[in-house]
Write a protein that binds this ligand. Sequence first.
Ligand SMILES: Nc1ncnc2c1ncn2[C@@H]1O[C@H](COP(=O)(O)OP(=O)(O)OP(=O)(O)O)[C@@H](O)[C@H]1O
Ligand SMILES: [Mg+2]
Length: 362
Amino acid sequence: MIYFNQFRNLKTVEIYPHDGVNIIYGDNGQGKTNLLEAIWLFTGAQSFRQAKNNEMIKFDTSFAQLKMNFYAEQRDQQAELRIEKVKTAILNGVKLSSASELNGRFCAIVFSPAHLTLVKGGPGERRRFIDGAICQVMPRYIEILSAYNKILSQRNALLKDCAKFPALLDTIDVWDEKLCAMAGEIYIARKRYTAKLNRMAQDIYCGLAGENETFNMKYCTQDNNEYSNAAQFCDDYIKKLKESIGNDVAQGYTTKGVHRDDIDIYINGYSARSYGSQGQQRSAVLAMKLAEARLLEEITCEMPVALLDDVMSELDIKRQDFILHHLDGWQVFISCCDPAPVMRQTGGCAFEVRNGNIIKSL
Ligand SMILES: Nc1ncnc2c1ncn2[C@@H]1O[C@H](COP(=O)(O)OP(=O)(O)OP(=O)(O)O)[C@@H](O)[C@H]1O
Ligand SMILES: [Mg+2]
């Protein structure tokens, strides 16, 4: 059961989705993505559209409320979200200290056309993806990441002050050591996760595109160096921080570090960003997202719910069929304007979204 109340344009309604494929169809602007966005929020993450809380509350009202029953950790569970200035969450009747504590309780992956920036966009998009994926399988990673970001901004503040008061530079070693320790853990976690994801995504890409195309992704540091463990990384990073201190003070920020790293993605050996076709780029993102779900399943033994927003457009029939086949056995919410191609899939159910009403039609 999923209950929506004052969430974007969706009418107050309760729906009972199928355990398998749920097709969410309707014309443009009717509320399909809103429905998927609402489900996604139960993962404890921010909106996949980067929406602020107030943007998700129905116009001219002061809060939105969502409820959901789900099965995870081998039991039926209930979660409730209330969105005001901040989000609050209740899990199985217990109020959580913040909605992000839902992380790891309800697992899902989402594909939306906005995620094409994973291939087309800048490195920040790819770091965000990889960090989010690691958080779902290694909850401690959130703390490491936020510690790193906090130290980084303190170091940056100090760098700015150093321009006026050079004597402050003597205190930077303390920050550098702390930064190194966190960066080493981040580097190793990202590198290992990317390698695993790559193996899984290669299989899926091959299934989508056929044997004639290859997919490859690789975690890349700023200087293209590779390290086999965190200690090795730290030794090198501390040197780099020292070498670049003059530049860092001049720029007013930390120019070296894992906050500048990237993931290179290749199709047939060439950069997917520069040379991939629309369908190839979409397939690459899908392969990465489906691989993320498979890894989540493998590591946590939970079957994540797949939220696929407008996934079929730009894909040929062969690729569409592969997706539907590949998702067999998962709970999936798949949105589209024209349900006909997806209807070939049997055994699921369909909901039409019309002006915020969600009507079960199959
Ligand atoms: N906070 C809000 N309150 C009320 N309505 C909203 C709010 N935010 C968005 N909407 C409305 O939701 C609609 C868009 O919904 P959504 O993005 O889910 O459409 P969609 O069915 O996915 O369309 P498409 O097929 O074009 O992707 C728009 O009409 C928009 O005005
Ligand atoms: Mg949409």
